[in-house]
Design a protein around this ligand. Structure first.
Ligand code: RIB
Length: 298
């Protein structure tokens, strides 16, 4: 089972701050770093490091060569990453001392993923393969419809939530991977009530399975009538950026290996705990060996 991820590729500009900047305020960063990111890229790196057969399709500018280099080094096929005339997408990320972040993304070349690019990428995939998507590229609605039409299992991380999602046939999505805040945005049910969010999601999208991450409260995998839960592995939070992407990549990699629900959540939770304990987005994603060592040590 192959995974095609049509997803964003960003250069992350990371500012360590005492607190997130407020309206009318100017603050001085404590530190600055630039690294690779984008929800799409981070998830592909996690899939690759977890040992899945993964193909990344997307779009970068002349300044994005290091992103394809990083993907290749993680074992990800990059044949369908095109060179756009626009600059590579970027993200401005503030990280507080407690590891929490806030992020602004600027689409750049990610907004230049065309229908033709999507058709070309999909041409190498068939029924039974997985199509992974996030909400950081153009023509997401088309990708969902075409992926479904070809019989691929469509897995969507509907992040970031935006008006654009309303254009998408979410009734064609086979599995949503989302956090409690995104769950609230899709259902209107408070994120303080995860069971309520899950029930509302199931009612709205009866065709789909759900992987709902709940921060400190762990994660839930619900498919049909079955529901599996898993707690978090406690670590000192350094930077939560890409923790969700790491979870997503490891979870899907486990699916391709036929792991049961318990093992899927255990490995995804461990991988994301390691990512939280490290700085940066893509650079924080652990290898499978690191995840196994972490699990043995617990
Ligand atoms: O999920 C984290 C990612 O969100 C960052 O790497 C940033 O690029 C944005 O896409």
């Amino acid at each position: 089972m192959k995974v095609l991820n049509i997803g964003s590729l960003n250069i992350d500009k990371i500012y360590k701050v005492e607190h997130f900047v407020q309206a009318k305020e100017t603050i001085k960063a404590l530190d600055y770093d630039e690294s690779s990111g984008g929800k799409g890229l981070n998830q592909s790196i996690a899939l690759g490091k977890a040992g899945a057969e993964v193909y990344h399709a997307g779009s970068i500018g002349d300044d994005g060569g290091m992103l394809t280099g990083l993907l290749s080094a993680a074992g990800v096929n990059v044949d369908n990453i095109k060179n756009s005339r626009f600059p590579t997408g970027h993200a401005i990320i503030q990280v507080e001392d407690n590891g929490q972040n806030c992020i602004i993304i600027c689409g750049g070349a990610n907004d230049d993923v065309t229908r033709e690019d999507i058709d070309k990428a999909l041409s190498g995939f068939d029924k039974g393969d997985i199509l992974l998507l996030q909400n950081e590229i153009s023509n997401l609605d088309y990708a969902i419809e075409k992926g479904h039409e070809k019989g691929l299992t469509v897995m969507l991380n509907p992040s970031p939530i935006s008006e654009g999602l309303k254009k998408c046939r979410l009734d064609l999505v086979d599995c949503f991977i989302l956090n409690e805040v995104e769950g609230e945005a899709l259902t209107g049910v408070s994120s303080e009530d995860p069971d309520g969010v899950l029930d509302a999601l199931k009612k709205t999208f009866p065709q789909a399975a759900f992987v709902l991450t709940l921060g400190e409260k762990g994660a839930v995998y619900a498919k049909g009538d079955a529901k599996t839960t898993h707690g978090i592995f406690k670590v000192k939070a350094v930077d939560t950026t890409a923790a969700g992407d790491t979870f997503c990549g490891y979870f899907i990699a486990g699916l391709t290996k036929g792991w049961d629900s318990e093992k899927l959540l255990k490995y995804a939770s461990a991988a994301s705990a390691i990512a939280v304990s490290r700085e940066g987005a893509a650079p924080s994603v652990p290898t499978l060996k690191e995840v196994e060592e972490f699990l043995e040590s617990r």
